[in-house]
Design a binder for this molecule. Structure first.
Ligand code: SAM
Length: 380
């Protein structure tokens, strides 16, 4: 089974599970009754996890103290895998992959070409949603690691969701034949794998060298979407040049920038508040001066009791001052007026690369059969 696309209720022997230790520390494990998951807070035997629902908290008493240590055992999702996977390359993160997939209309009928596979971060997101993923990686070790991982994760299964091929797509294109190093098991009379892709994602240093090879492997009867992921604007320039030359249209470059907005309520302060505050400050100042004077007089006259009494503040406790000091008012207190304010974080958090989108329709003839079916549907 694919642990990434089918829901499971209970944790079972042999499952791939993700152990959530903290937000930045998620570890993949294979559930094995003979194994123990060790953390610096203590050891968690897998037997304590087996049979429990996914999402369960597992607690143990920490060594040498009376405190508890916790982990949560989660079912893998492409999003969690992206934050926990072993990095073999730079990877595509969820803010980019989710945007790219919706821009390319990825769904159950989409046949995607992805190059290169890299660490397989985006491959997992594609594999969950699309009909078929053709992923290409030219680096031999990375290809082998991805193949092993995809098999283990159930992405290369009987339904053959993913076909992984070792190939330099810039030099040799995308067509897959029986003598290629690929995960596809060819039938006896099969000469070439039918790819017919309608979405292409290129995360390569030189996508402009791969673009001319796409013509032979993309769908001819529908709109095909292309997205190139490049960190430098010079790469975008060369990519757009190749796209235009190869007849791709609707070219658009997008950058994803996540920003955090801090939202809170700020008290509305009026001129009357300011005047009242100034009067209060003035009164306290003169009260204080008089008190200090009385204190000095009693010390000079050797009147110790009076001097001690005078040390205590004579004025009432400062009322709330909307300009700063004074007793605290809870944000949103109904006795005061408030307005909603937001502050945006200046630092850009999630820009990793430029996304250059384009589309192509090879056969622009009217498809009479499809039009007839659509009209019939509309008439119903
Ligand atoms: N998108 C991937 C992910 O989310 O994990 C990361 C891809 S990584 C940045 C780029 C990969 O492309 C590398 O593994 C590299 O070996 C591979 N690559 C570079 N040029 C290639 C080419 N001409 N053909 C196939 N793969 C290539």
């Amino acid at each position: 089974m694919s642990y990434f696309s089918e829901y499971k209720d209970l944790i079972e022997e042999g499952d791939l599970a993700l152990v959530w230790i903290s937000r930045d520390n998620i570890k993949p494990i294979t559930i094995d009754a003979k194994e123990t998951f060790n953390t610096r807070y203590g050891s968690f035997p897998h037997t304590q996890m087996i049979g429990k629902p996914y999402g369960s908290q597992i607690a143990i008493r920490t060594k040498g103290s009376n405190k508890f240590a916790f982990i949560h055992v989660l079912q893998p999702t492409p999003e969690l895998w992206t934050t926990s996977l072993p990095h073999r390359t730079q990877i595509v993160y969820t803010p980019d992959s989710s945007y790219i997939m919706q821009r390319m209309n990825c769904g159950p009928t989409t046949r995607v070409i992805e190059a290169g596979t890299g660490s397989g971060s985006f491959s997992h997101a594609f594999a969950r949603s699309v009909s078929h993923l053709f992923s290409y990686e030219f680096h031999e070790v990375r290809y082998q690691q991805a193949l092993k991982e995809f098999e283990h994760h159930g992405l290369i299964n009987r339904d053959k969701t993913v076909t992984l091929t070792q190939r330099d797509v810039c030099a040799n294109g995308f067509a897959i034949r029986p003598d290629d190093i690929t995960s596809h098991k060819f039938g006896e009379i099969e000469e070439q794998l039918s790819i017919n892709a309608n979405a292409i994602f290129l995360d390569l240093p030189a996508p402009w060298d791969a673009i001319p090879h796409l013509e032979g492997v993309i769908s001819k009867d529908e709109k095909v979407s292309l997205c190139c992921f490049s960190p430098c604007i010079e790469q975008v320039d060369k990519t757009i040049e190749a796209m235009e030359k190869e007849g791709w249209t609707e070219i658009q470059m997008v950058g994803i920038q996540g920003k955090q907005y801090e939202s809170r309520r700020q008290m509305i302060r009026t001129l009357d508040d300011a005047i009242e505050r100034l009067r209060d400050v003035k009164k306290r100042k003169s009260d204080g001066m008089e008190r200090r004077k009385r204190l000095c007089d009693s010390v000079l006259n050797d009147d110790e009791t009076k001097a001690t009494d005078e040390k205590r503040p004579q004025t009432e406790k400062t009322r709330f001052n909307p300009f700063g000091k004074g007793s605290r008012v809870k944000e949103g207190d109904i006795n005061y007026k408030w307005k909603e304010v937001t502050k945006v974080e200046s630092e850009v958090k999630s820009h990793t690369s430029y996304l250059t989108f384009a589309s192509k329709i090879i056969n622009k003839d009217r498809n009479e059969r499809t039009v007839k079916t659509l009209l019939e549907e509309l008439e119903k």
